[in-house]
Write a protein that binds this ligand. Structure first.
Ligand code: 9YT
Length: 127
């Protein structure tokens, strides 16, 4: 069994910092679960365009608030604690954080941890 705490990954390569967000990767591909699980904090006031062409992602908000817009139809959804959004259609979207947002993110297929957002906000598949 794997037991891991956010405090275990702080300052390691599983602790990823970008201008808009910080992500602690609690479970990655190499953990063998078939998905990856991250605690992500989106910084207040940021706007992040993303398009996970190669992945499905579910995002469960446990703190803070903001909104997500799906670009195909311009629909805007308020995200508050207790809300999940699932990008089941690989939707192009923009996440806007009104406050710092604490999110639990699950990716299928799992991230390896080495992915970088490309200029369209996507992650590549790494075998
Ligand atoms: C909500 C979202 O996708 N944020 C970008 C970071 C991502 N959760 C990650 O790489 O952990």
């Amino acid at each position: 069994m794997i037991v891991r705490k956010v405090s275990d990954v702080l300052g390691t390569e599983r602790d990823v910092h970008t201008p808009n967000w910080v992500s602690r990767r609690l479970l990655l591909k190499q953990d063998g679960m078939g998905f990856s699980l991250h605690e992500t904090t989106i910084r207040a006031g940021t706007e992040t365009p993303m398009w996970y062409r190669h992945h499905l992602e579910a995002v469960f908000c446990v703190g803070g608030e903001g909104e997500v817009e799906t670009l195909a139809d311009g629909a805007v959804y308020t995200i508050t604690p207790g809300t999940v959004y699932a990008l089941d259609r690989h939707d192009k979207h923009v996440l806007r954080a009104r406050t710092d947002m604490r999110l639990v993110c699950v990716f299928n297929p799992p991230l390896t941890g080495a992915e970088m957002h490309d200029d369209e906000g996507a992650y590549p598949i790494i075998e």
